[in-house]
Design a protein around this ligand. Structure first.
Ligand code: LLP
Length: 436
């Protein structure tokens, strides 16, 4: 997919660059991003709205993969940006992203984080709860600014995905409940504040969703509420943000629909609702993360040890694992992989790919057909672009991998590999004992 192909050496090539050469140059594990594919995904979302003449903002959910180079790419493509912490906001600002196109999310933003957002003129704060509403009102007064907000609501919808990445259901830590008066109370309070300007509503029903039904249902519930708010408060939203969560294909078991089709369904439903509620069409905002970067990322590992459990399976170990991709351990996520240096070798056996962390659950793939691998071969695991590097960690004091962008036959290092020195950089040794 994307610009990936097999070159005449029988190697995996991405963006016109030999992945095996990259592994040799930058070491492994190594994340490689197909920049052309990210651009293509970004444009598909934008064009889907433009085609229908609908005013929209496509905000990249940077939690999926936040680095300065990625943020610069997002800016180049003219998207907006969703950040969820001071750290993501800092990264965005450092990358020179225009603050006006940043949306700030999170269920427990601190006073310092909110102050940072106001100081830099962040375009929109997505308010999650009453505590934050008061804090933000207070801070906005202190700074003498009008703060543009969306109210995050929980529509009470169960999308079909892994429990840990469900967010739209009633029993969720996120947002004002749409059904029990919380959302109404939040709007009343926000409208009463002279420092807050309510742009509209936000909801996000979950992640890695394949059906459009959830989005359509969410839109219906939200617009029903909007209808009642029009009567009750004479309030009509300028913006409705339906979040992210558009699913991608990790393995042949996944069957996602193209991004444009989600957008079409959303637009259709919103247009219907707008007529029903007799209001002007709001801007539609969405926040794709995974679907912009997920399948653009590939991780290259070096193969090391192997262990045969007779009549059960063969374990083939790589030089990374849950430290650079925690998704299999956390969500039982599935991946496909190939031997990057022997793409045309057909002498396959089914093996299990183990990581190198001291934990039995550190398995990347359980049943992978692979040519007979030897130490020094390169394994390429596909679709690791979202929530791979961004959830990478230093368990077992394993340094985090480097990240390389490839496009049109050129490679650029965008994140350096961590060093052992980096790992102890923040450690403070015990004071030397004074001998009495
Ligand atoms: N907007 C909001 C408010 C979100 O909470 C999220 C994801 C997104 C947008 C982007 O969702 P996406 O388009 O990437 O599905 N670590 C998990 C995914 C957690 C998603 C959290 N929120 C994983 O690796 O599957």
């Amino acid at each position: 997919h994307g610009t990936s192909r097999v070159n005449d050496k029988g190697h995996l090539e991405i963006g016109g660059v030999d992945a095996v050469e990259l592994a040799k140059e930058y070491g492994t594990p190594l994340y490689i991003y197909d920049v052309a594919l990210i651009r293509q995904r970004a444009r598909a979302f934008k064009e889907a709205f433009e085609k229908h003449g609908v005013k929209a903002q496509v905000a990249y959910a940077s939690k999926a993969f936040s680095t300065m180079a990625m943020i610069q790419l997002v800016e180049e493509e003219g998207l907006s940006l969703d950040v969820v912490s001071g750290g993501e906001l800092y990264t965005a600002l450092k990358a020179g992203f225009p603050p006006a196109r940043i949306h700030f999310h999170g269920n427990n933003k601190s006073r310092d984080e909110l102050a940072m957002a106001l100081e830099h003129g962040v375009g929109c704060i997505v308010v999650d709860n009453f505590y934050e509403l008061e804090l933000l009102d207070d801070l906005s007064k202190q700074y003498g600014v009008t703060t543009f907000i969306l109210l995050r609501v929980t529509p009470g919808i169960e999308a079909h995905t892994h429990d840990y990445i469900l967010t739209g259901q009633e029993d969720s830590k996120f947002g004002f409940d749409l059904n029990n008066g919380q959302a109404d109370e939040a709007l009343e309070k926000a409208l009463a504040s002279a420092s807050l300007h309510v742009l509209g509503l936000h909801c996000h029903i979950g992640s890695q969703i394949f059906e459009t039904t959830g989005f359509v249902l969410a839109a219906q519930k939200i617009f029903k509420k909007i209808g009642s708010w029009k009567e009750k408060y004479k309030f009509v939203p300028e913006v409705v943000n339906l979040g992210g969560g558009f699913g991608i294909r990790y393995t042949s078991e996944d069957d996602p629909i193209p991004a444009a089709m989600y957008v079409e369904q959303i637009i259709q439903e919103v247009k219907k609702q707008v007529i029903e509620m007799d209001i002007t069409m709001p801007e539609i905002w969405i926040e794709p993360g995974r679907s912009l970067v997920g399948d653009a990322g590939t991780t290259i590992y070096s193969i090391g040890s192997q262990k045969e459990v007779p009549n059960v399976r063969k374990y083939v170990a790589v030089d990374g694992g849950m430290s650079d991709n925690i998704r299999p351990a956390l969500y039982e996520a599935k991946y496909e992989a190939v031997l990057a240096n022997r793409m045309l070798d057909e002498n396959e056996e089914v093996v299990a790919i183990a990581g190198k962390c001291c934990e039995s659950g550190d398995m990347l793939i359980w049943d992978l057909p692979l040519p007979k691998a030897e130490a020094g071969d390169y394994l390429a695991v596909f679709c690791t672009g979202a929530y791979g590097y961004s959830m990478a960690n230093n368990y077992n004091r394993i340094p985090r991998p480097a990240v390389v962008f490839v496009e049109n036959g050129e490679a650029q290092l965008v994140v350096k590999r961590e060093t052992y020195e980096d790992l102890v950089r923040l450690d403070v040794p015990l004071k030397a004992k004074v001998n009495k």
